[in-house]
Design a protein around this ligand. Structure first.
Ligand code: LIP
Length: 286
């Protein structure tokens, strides 16, 4: 079975489009909270679950040897893919930006990545990534070594690149906050110290699209802590292929501890500043 990144991307794209249509349909019909997760503000809707099941079944049918790591199911549950035999894992967020989805804000995404190696963002290699905002019909894609693309409204895919370098004081920086109240309080303190030093801050509410914003020059940088692997797997591939550095603290790969994406020189300056501003405080266990 093929391991070619461009072919894996083709399948990811087909599945994401079908999943996005389902998400939009369910959104039109009205969305209810099905359960809360880590805290009372961390929610899952019936649509998240249904969309993930659809994605899982499509992957299982097409690629029975691959593993699946999904936000609502864990590794191998429901889809029956167990941990797989191929060494490839599909990392799936059926609806990234669930709170936007719940409120009817058209800024949420179906995010699907294929990675090679252990299903751990600190060590895996991203092969293909696809992030679809089905509410406005924007599809961001990338496969390893082949660049990043944006297709709008079903049109042809056009190459995207990160923005030209800017100094810190002209940088537009996307960020996000944890669901844990204590953690987000501390994150807010860091942001208050950062705000006077940069152009401005955006809190859009969908990590995968934040990474695509950096990839397409709509933001200069994106930084967040406490993300889960499915929040950033596909977006990180897209941002890298568009020319961004995507990293954790120091030499680490992105993980729950930190994801920072930016044009390389800005990434270096911003990381140092964030350390000075107290960004690297100890996170609670989950
Ligand atoms: C969410 C993100 C959001 C981030 C949250 C959370 P969910 O994903 O994309 O931008 O700040 O921490 O991870 O829960 O909507 O799939």
């Amino acid at each position: 079975m093929t391991r070619a990144p461009s072919e894996l991307l083709g399948l990811a794209r087909t599945i994401a489009i079908e999943a996005g249509e389902l998400a939009v349909r369910r959104r039109r019909e009205g969305v209810q909270i099905a359960a809360t997760k880590s805290t009372i503000v961390d929610v899952v809707t019936e649509a998240d679950r249904e969309v993930e099941l659809l994605i899982r079944s499509r992957i299982c049918d097409a690629r029975p040897g691959d593993a699946i790591l999904g936000e609502e199911g864990g590794l191998g549950e429901d889809g029956g893919a167990a941990s797989g035999t191929s060494g490839l894992t599909w990392v799936v967020d059926p609806i990234d930006g669930t709170v936007n989805y719940l409120y009817g804000i058209p800024h949420y995404a179906v995010s699907i990545a294929v990675v090679e190696g252990e299903p751990d963002p600190r060590t895996w290699t991203g092969l293909a990534g696809c992030v679809l905002n089905p509410a406005i019909g924007e599809l961001f894609t990338a496969s390893r070594g082949e660049g990043a693309f944006l297709s709008s409204g079903g049109g042809a895919a056009a190459p995207i690149r990160i923005a030209e370098p800017v100094p810190l004081e002209l940088a537009l920086i996307n960020t996000g906050f944890a669901y844990n109240a204590t953690t987000r309080g501390r994150q807010g303190e860091v942001v208050a110290r950062l705000l006077p030093l940069v152009r401005d801050i955006r809190r859009m509410g969908t990590a995968s699209l934040d990474l695509c914003m950096v990839a397409s020059g709509r933001a200069n940088a994106y930084v967040e802590r406490t993300l889960s692997p499915w929040d950033h797997a596909a977006g990180a591939i897209i941002a890298r292929e568009a020319g961004a550095v995507v990293k954790g603290f120091a030499d680490a790969a992105p993980s729950r501890d930190l994801i920072l994406a930016a044009e390389p020189a800005l990434a270096a300056v911003l990381e140092l500043l964030l350390l000075e501003l107290g960004m690297r405080f100890e996170l609670p266990a989950n």
